[in-house]
Design a protein around this ligand. Sequence first.
Ligand SMILES: [Zn+2]
Length: 148
Amino acid sequence: MTTQAPPAQTQRYEGPVPLPQQESDFYWEKCKQHELWLRYCNHCNNAYFYPRDICPLCFSRKTTWVKASGKGDVYTYAIVHQIPRPNYKGPLPFVIALVKLAEGPIFPTNIVGVEPDPKKLKVGMPVEVVFEDITDTISLPKFRPASG
Ligand SMILES: [Zn+2]
């Protein structure tokens, strides 16, 4: 039996898939709804990422969830030209980046919706979140140039 690659639009994701843990279940549920949520510390008044119950800045447990604006700017980036692992089938080149969210945290992600070209990407350029549905339960937050 032979299999044929599905069209690009419905191509199955073949990369590593995040494994939600109890502390991050809410985060992934919200990502699935295409909403970006962060943990927020009510003791030192900082948002932080990745999600965990204890604030990494002051170790307080007085933390809660807050919905992020989805806005930020490019803190740094790199254009990947070589396959990152064996059997990689995704696009090349692609952009990995750290985005400084409007709420403060620096967020590891990909920049999409723009040519992977240093002439098109700038540190400090405004970006906004967009979600890629990679499985039935996991949607990855990525960032594209802000619309306005
Ligand atoms: Zn804190």
